[in-house]
Design a protein around this ligand. Sequence first.
Ligand code: TXA
Ligand code: MG
Length: 346
Amino acid sequence: YWSVDNCVNNKEEYPQLVEASKLLREGEVVAFPTETVYGLGANALSDTAVSKIFAAKGRPADNPLIVHISKRNQLGLLTDHVPETAELLISEFWPGPLTLIFKKKPGAVSSLVTAGLDTVAVRMPDHPIALALIDAANVPVAAPSANKSGRPSPTTADHVLDDLRGLIAGVVDGGPAGVGVESTVLDCTSPVPVILRPGGLAKEEIEKTVGQVEQDPAIQHAHSAPRSPGMKYRHYAPAAPVYLLDGDNKWIQRKIDEKRGSGLKVGILATSESAPFYSADAVSVCGSRNNLSAVAQDLYQALRSFDEYDLDLIYSEVFPVEGMGHAIMNRLEKAAGHRKITQEKP
Ligand code: TXA
Ligand code: MG
């Protein structure tokens, strides 16, 4: 009953799709590319299928999943109430990196998907493979990011396999993800929409369409209770502890030298501008300061790359909290467990 047309005519373009959609219909979990990060999909109507997602990721059961759809008319199967602000945002930004929270239609999806909440998170990914897969599977697809819980989200099929090889039925390889960080999660059930997770669609862009939006205070303050359950967990972390360093390149290099002087192996997350100035056990280049979208695109790859070096600690530069910088700094702060050292001004 789910979808109007079937896309088996995509067989030539994406041969893996036919097999992947068959696996989804059979209740297996399959990873697939989206424009943000790779997702780990399962049939959202099936308790058994959805429970395999939580098992493979080692994900806490109280952290709900996003339901992925491929057509606007599928939304009516998940919720009875689409507020006007949501309607505006959908026409402006779907398909795209924006997840919207709605009142859940009772019985619409497995209650494991929504972790027992009376709301449901829905998104339409802007990726031809994701859309074709959802169409072909002919069911709503529940999909968190396809990483082990706590690890940086995967932006390539190899990242997925590094974390989940042997634990999932397969991964459709669509090349590297374009946006690089997860979707923005926005709650439209209140009169003024609230950002629960900053992501691939910047706050400023949303405000151009619907006026001022709020941010869940828990995004900035580590100790208040977040309204998006997933935001309370440590996340996006490489194996070694991460520390944010807010200061100039020379000061950062002195910090690196101090630690290396006491025998520790140190990594530094830098940009194309600063990387040439650093000497460390691992220098990971993450985009360019002139282009925060490029930083977002490289962020998880850069964090994951440190794991090859058996480091004792990782330092990271900080970025301006504007545009994509909201999501970048949110992920870095979580990766660092909010540990930050600021250079003293003379
Ligand atoms: O870009 C993305 O959003 C990726 C791709 C695969 O679509 N997916 C993703 O899913 O990042 P996941 O599970 O890693 O993050 C989903 C976030 C979590 O923070 C979760 O707590 C929140 O969305 N969430 C899901 N349902 C919710 C609900 N009903 N109310 C509040 N937050 C919800
Ligand atoms: Mg995730």
